[in-house]
Design a protein around this ligand. Structure first.
Ligand code: FO1
Length: 326
């Protein structure tokens, strides 16, 4: 393994943003090339005529330092004048807020899509505004929504289930219609093939990392790469750190445990994706269980309290990659 590794991060949402900030810092200290971040687009949607890409925007805004850290989504200091006006028209969703500054991003994106740019080209354009210190790629250029089936047979968009119902309607399952015919966005497979290390951020395993791995070609790229694949557990001490991943895991029959999520991803040697798995000190007792699944367990502090803590996690993940290098 080189001391200047080429790193790819698979990421979504708030966990993905915080971890990506740490990876950027850790690689800058090493003088390593900028990481490529492959972002989940399964949360995306059309609303009031504009295309929203919540995970792309969360990571973009966090890297640019313009994110609302308290709410966990959108722009810091945003206002809601347009949103109020939309509500007067009964347009959009009354329980889903489009901030004014955030709408600027959605309008720019939608305009470029209408002009014929691909989502990958749109993400590249959005990335030019600020020095992000990473290369962002959407997981695919194909529109892939996430639908949630709830008891009673109703099917709703993930954002309705997540934001309106706060994941309180028991889900029976998650579907990504159209994902089987999706292709990885240009550059994704190549970045994985050329990487020294691929990191799975501590994002929601079901609705953030799951859709990325479900794009045909991405799992195959992970199986084929000479890079080490290291995941970071989003579960600490049997609980989710943020978000509602526990509800999502329960819906697909996986326990809310660091060892169970390692099992969901699986060992690379057995057709899964992981070489190593970072678990929290609170879960150190699960290390033998993870090792028994053919994945090297590495215990490290996993609370991303600030960028320094996230960077220390990234350092631990890179060290785990080194330790499992062939
Ligand atoms: N999350 C909320 O809880 N309430 C909202 O009104 C809301 C609006 C919103 C608008 C644009 C955007 O990009 C994200 C937004 N989010 C909102 C966050 C989003 O629903 C989820 O947290 C992510 O999709 C999960 O990663």
């Amino acid at each position: 393994m080189t001391s200047s590794p080429r790193v790819v991060v698979l990421a979504g949402g708030v966990g993905g943003s915080k971890f990506t900030l740490g990876v950027r810092e850790a690689l800058a200290r090493l003088g390593a090339p900028e990481a490529t971040v492959v972002v989940n687009t399964g949360d995306d949607l059309w609303l009031s005529g504009v295309r929203l890409q919540p995970d792309v925007d969360s990571i973009l805004y966090a890297l640019a330092g313009v994110n609302d850290t308290e709410r966990g989504w959108g722009r810091a200091g945003d206002t809601e004048r347009v949103n109020h006006e939309l509500q007067q028209w009964d347009a959009g969703w009354p329980w889903f807020t489009l901030g004014d500054l955030d709408l600027g991003t959605h309008l720019a994106r939608t305009g470029w899509l209408r002009e014929g740019l691909t989502p990958t080209q749109v993400v590249e354009r959005l990335s030019h505004r600020w020095p992000l210190g990473v290369r962002m790629l959407p997981m695919t250029d194909t529109e892939v929504d996430t639908h949630v089936r709830v008891s009673g047979g109703e099917v709703m968009h993930f954002q309705e289930w997540w934001t309106r119902h706060r994941a309180q309607l028991a889900p029976l399952g998650f579907d990504n219609p159209g994902i089987r015919s999706a292709r990885p966005a240009p550059g994704v497979v190549e970045a994985i093939a050329d990487a020294d290390v691929v990191l799975l951020a501590p994002s929601n395993p079901v609705v953030s990392i799951g859709p990325i791995l479900a794009v045909p070609g991405i799992r195959e790229a992970l199986a084929a790469t000479a890079a080490r694949v290291v995941g970071v557990s989003p579960i600490i001490g049997g609980s989710v750190v943020r978000g509602m991943a526990d509800v999502c895991l329960t819906a697909i029959g996986v326990a809310t445990s660091a060892a169970a999520v390692a099992g969901l991803y699986g060992a690379r040697r057995d057709g899964g994706v992981l070489d190593a798995w970072l678990i929290a000190q609170e879960d150190a007792h699960l290390a033998p269980d993870v090792d028994a699944q053919g994945v090297r367990a590495v215990v490290a502090p996993l609370w991303m309290r600030d960028v320094a803590a996230s960077a220390a996690m990234a350092d631990a993940a890179l060290a785990a990659a080194e330790a499992t290098a062939r």
